[in-house]
Ligand binder design. Structure first.
Ligand code: SF4
Ligand code: SF4
Length: 461
């Protein structure tokens, strides 16, 4: 395999891929709103609401009852299925009730509400721990792969890039799927969001420690931290933090959706993940940079996942920020912490504009997968009326999965699940590139989402 040299901004690293992938788009990044905003720590909220399903897989089971007192970091929900993750409270307090919440993706879920009471662990202590340079890399060989997987499981860690797949499942030793390479994903290609960027800049040593631990758990022969070339300061921070370690920084080209799994495997390793397959089918494990920092804390400090960074950004927020926040705090409290909405705020999105979900209930809680809240203005959301497809083929040209989005959308419109399956609708990972480029303003990805739900319902029957 020819090895192409990709010139990084702060040196050169070799990897087999070209640093990019076929198709994709170049939407405006709009990272400027919050990229310069150093992570701020929010004060402990009066209450948290913790949905019992914050990950792909089975919901966890509550292990607390109303009126019970809980301590900071205590487990309140246990992930009993293999693909599930336990839940821990970020605050000390009293369980008020187990009610129901609706998340931005429309799912109604049972959730534990905890009223804050008693002595709290200040959030800034946790953040100082995260940003420390003292992550004692020399102790990493002392942990066995099984122990690392067990501690990750106990900490309730899921992928913090948005997909929220339980991390212990990815790192469990598996004789049938041997892993050669670990790719740590710091691309953050979704426009507006900067939480991963700030973490890479401010807590690179925690990321490197987590990458070494996860790499040891899966017995990876090589570990790359992958960053798009539009983030020179994050590249520099990680070049310094990875010095004298086996972890390498792979600088890839800026393109959307560079951060999606299959596209990143292609860009860095020049491997094709088979249709319907997983990166592990070609010997690759992937995990987000935030997940790696959480792994370092879980293994070295024995701390559960209770906090994360959330970007609150866009033209519709008074002061865009990156906030280190307890999971379960309301989205509205984060918006208030940023000075509130501007007069021309038009749409609030959980996540970024390409893959996120619009919502309006500001009591909606932050979950483990909440990477950002993007607030767009009327000018930023303006789109014309939908017209008929002009068969320009732009959606086909944009699709990184080589699908034909216009046909998928038509199958969904006519509820033709057989046709939708024939066109591989489930290979669509809802990146939104097709919608972005469509000159007829057809909401292709929304139609495809509906089509996928139709297919799932038909298969259950
Ligand atoms: S069909 Fe799916 S994967 Fe392809 S561009 Fe559209 S949203 Fe992305
Ligand atoms: S981009 Fe829009 S108008 Fe062009 S072929 Fe696709 S659906 Fe039709």
């Amino acid at each position: 395999m020819e090895r192409l040299e990709i010139m990084g901004i702060f040196g050169s690293k070799e990897f087999p891929g070209t640093g990019s992938f076929p198709h994709g788009i170049h939407p405006p990044g709009n990272k400027f709103y919050s990229a310069g905003a150093q992570v701020e720590v929010i004060t402990v909220p009066d209450k948290v609401v913790l949905p019992l399903l914050q990950h792909i897989g089975a919901p966890c089971e509550p292990v607390v009852k109303p009126r019970q007192t809980v301590a900071c970091g205590e487990m309140v929900g246990e992930g009993q299925a293999f693909v599930s993750a336990s839940l821990h409270t970020p605050v000390a307090g009293k369980v008020k009730k187990i009610g129901v919440v609706t998340l931005p993706n429309g799912r109604h879920l049972p959730a534990i509400e905890i009223k804050t009471e008693g002595e709290q662990q200040p959030c800034n202590e946790l953040w100082e721990e995260m940003t420390s340079t003292d992550w004692s890399l020399s102790t990493i060989p002392d942990y066995s792969p099984d122990e690392i997987a067990r501690l990750i499981h106990a900490a309730g860690i899921v992928g913090l890039g948005g997909a929220a797949f339980p991390t212990h499942v990815k790192v469990m030793p598996n004789d049938k799927r041997l892993i050669d390479s670990l790719l740590v994903n710091g691309c953050e290609c979704e426009p507006y969001l900067t939480c991963d960027y700030r973490l890479m800049k401010e807590a690179p040593h925690a990321i490197v420690a987590g990458a070494l631990l996860a790499g040891r758990a899966v017995s990876a022969k090589e570990i790359f931290i992958c960053i798009e070339d539009n983030k020179p300061e994050a590249i520099e921070a990680l070049e310094l933090a990875t010095r004298n370690t086996v972890v390498q920084v792979a600088v890839v080209r800026t393109k959307y959706p560079q951060g999606s799994e299959k596209q990143l495997v292609k860009a860095v390793l020049n491997l094709d993940v088979p249709l319907g397959g997983l990166p592990s089918d070609v010997g690759v494990a992937l995990s987000n940079v935030g997940t790696m920092a959480a792994v370092a804390r879980a293994v070295i400090k024995k701390g559960p996942l209770t906090h994360r960074i959330v970007s609150v950004t866009g033209g519709g927020i008074v002061t865009p920020k990156n906030i280190f926040t307890p999971i379960g705090i309301s989205m509205g409290e984060l918006i208030d912490f940023c000075g509130g909405l501007t007069e021309d705020a038009a749409r609030i999105i959980a996540g970024g504009p390409m893959m996120g979900f619009a919502f309006s209930d500001l009591t909606t809680p932050v979950t483990k997968g909440t990477s950002g809240i993007t607030i767009l203005t009327h000018a930023e959301t303006a789109s014309g009326e939908e017209t008929a497809c002009v068969r320009c083929g732009r959606c086909v040209e944009a699709c990184p999965m080589n699908l034909v989005p216009t046909r998928l959308a038509m199958a969904a419109r006519y509820k033709n699940t057989a046709l939708a399956r024939q066109y591989n609708i489930n290979a669509c990972f809802e990146c939104g590139s097709c919608t972005y480029v469509c000159p007829a303003n057809i909401k292709l990805v929304q139609l495809i989402r509906t089509g996928k739900a139709q297919v799932a319902a038909a298969m259950k029957r």
